[in-house]
Write a protein that binds this ligand. Structure first.
Ligand SMILES: C[S@@+](CC[C@H](N)C(=O)[O-])C[C@H]1O[C@@H](n2cnc3c(N)ncnc32)[C@H](O)[C@@H]1O
Length: 266
């Protein structure tokens, strides 16, 4: 007989007849942003996400993290998850039947949500994609290993590929933590001081201005006078000039993107 759903405040816990190994350890916090991570190395989570403000927010239930061990969905006695590449070549490829079972298992427990494969071939992660993800229900994130995953699983579930940069990591777990960190800190309440995400790098299309704090003089170097003048208008102007100069010098591509979006508005 199916057990009734138990409700403890915000937490809704469903009793299930599924084997324990197929379940995530934690209860579902209904309506709270969640990441479901599919990985061969669940022990690498929460990793850095468990520290500092993201870790506190995780404990406080402002967001939730569910990891799913891909090995559980593997084939046969040895729970095989990979096989040799069709057409030959080095390495191993993650099997579509195994990944398909894992993804379907997670989707059956979630409403509509983005499914993301961390991949060096993907579109680069940006602040605006992180902000979009923070506004949504939270993604299912597939971490690859070996040579990556069978293309058919990406096509079948219409999976978005996201890269964290033009280099190749050994696996998708670090990349998933980077993406989740960039996203979760934009969820209201996670950082505590929400103003701090408004004028940081990329939020306004520019790199952030230099920052200073005490002592007033360190190794003979002084804080720029304008920052201790008490004139907020001048401080704002100085910061804007510094931001523009740094962006022009280091990331001129960001300025041309800003020009493009200005042109689209007018
Ligand atoms: C060794 S890599 C596979 C690289 C793949 N053969 C290629 O050349 O594109 C193994 C896994 O690490 C992850 N990964 C590696 N580099 C990444 C990056 N720059 N961004 C996101 N994920 C990455 C992906 O999940 C990938 O499936």
């Amino acid at each position: 007989m199916t057990q009734p759903t138990k409700s403890h405040g915000r937490k809704s816990i469903r009793a299930s007849l599924k084997p324990r190994s197929l379940m995530t350890e934690k209860p579902d916090l209904a309506g709270i942003w969640r990441a479901d991570v599919l990985t061969l190395f669940p022990e690498t989570f929460p990793g850095v996400l468990g520290a500092s403000l993201t870790g506190k927010a995780l404990k406080d239930g402002l967001w939730q993290l569910h990891t799913h061990d891909l090995r559980t969905f593997g084939e046969g006695k040895h729970r095989k998850v990979d096989d040799t590449p069709a057409g030959g070549g080095a390495g191993l490829v993650m099997r579509p039947d195994v990944l398909g079972r894992a993804i379907s298992h997670v989707l059956a427990r979630r409403g509509p949500c983005p499914i993301i494969y961390m991949s060096p071939r993907g579109k680069p992660l940006t602040q605006s994609r992180a902000a979009d993800l923070a506004r949504g229900p939270g993604p299912v994130v597939l971490c690859g290993r070996f040579e990556g995953v069978d293309q058919r699983v990406l096509d079948h579930f219409d999976i978005e590929e996201i890269s964290i940069g033009d280099y190749v990591l050994t696996g998708g777990e670090l990349a998933a933590q980077v993406m989740i960190d960039a996203t979760v800190r934009l969820i209201p309440g996670v950082l505590g001081n929400e103003a701090s995400t408004e004028d940081e790098s990329f939020s306004n299309g520019l790199l952030e201005h230099p920052q200073y704090t005490r002592p007033a003089i360190w190794e003979g170097r002084e804080i720029p006078e304008v920052l201790t003048s008490g004139d907020h208008g001048k401080v704002e102007d100085w910061r804007r000039e510094q931001s523009e100069a740094l962006t022009r010098e280091r990331r001129p591509d960001l300025l041309s993107k800003e020009d493009e979006s200005d042109a689209n508005i007018s």
